[in-house]
Design a protein around this ligand. Structure first.
Ligand code: M6P
Ligand code: ZN
Length: 187
């Protein structure tokens, strides 16, 4: 990838785009295999139109060592068998930190270091900090799309296998009066 010059990057909330724009990723329900507690409900959701769960628009800053890429993720509101819609979640292979900034909607940042879990409630203006070694997943806990900015080291990488193997410590469910947490050990 080519180096980029110093620049200003604009986010257009209405269009959900960055200018100048970089790569865009769309994750549908079928891309979240093995992540929801209720496998049959997940399969049914895939069969029922395979909805878009979230999208990630990135700037042109490349994901390479010493660069500082950014992206904006928008998670749609929804739940599958009571489990709120979420990102896949990942660990950074070389344990590097990352920050998120809430832009719109209401979400949460679930972090897991293999032993402990942490939850950061994310509203517009909240900066969530992920220390090195904490896997992270974002969840939409509201009834409108939840968008946040991510800024991360270009060499951080995405280890999705770690989450499939270790889980995220807790699951985030839509309860009667708000968000409810259950341990993965309850699966
Ligand atoms: C944030 C950042 C990205 C990540 C995206 C979606 O924007 O952390 O690096 O790719 O969220 O999360 P995931 O990769 O877990 O699907
Ligand atoms: Zn990350």
């Amino acid at each position: 990838s080519l180096p980029v010059p110093p620049m200003s990057i604009r986010f257009d909330p209405a269009g959900g785009t960055l200018q100048p724009e970089g790569p865009t990723l769309t994750r549908r329900m079928s891309d979240l295999e093995g992540l929801f507690r209720d496998h049959a409900a997940w399969e049914q959701a895939v069969a029922d139109g395979d909805p878009v769960v979230y999208s990630v628009v990135s700037s042109r800053v490349p994901e390479v060592e010493r660069e500082l890429p950014q992206s904006i993720t928008t998670i749609q509101p929804g739940s599958t068998a009571g489990e709120l819609w979420m990102t896949k979640g990942h660990q950074h292979p070389n344990h590097q930190g990352e920050i998120y900034l809430g832009i719109s909607g209401h979400g949460g940042l679930l972090m897991f270091n293999g032993t402990e879990t942490e939850w950061v409630d994310m509203t517009p203006g909240t900066i969530g900090y992920m220390p090195p070694g904490w896997a992270h997943r974002s969840i939409n806990v509201g009834d409108e799309p939840y968008s946040f900015l991510a800024v991360y080291p270009g060499g951080a990488g995405h280890d999705y296998g770690w989450v499939l193997e270790h889980g995220m410590g807790r699951r985030v469910l839509a309860g009667e009066t708000g968000v409810e947490f259950v341990d993965y050990s309850a699966d």
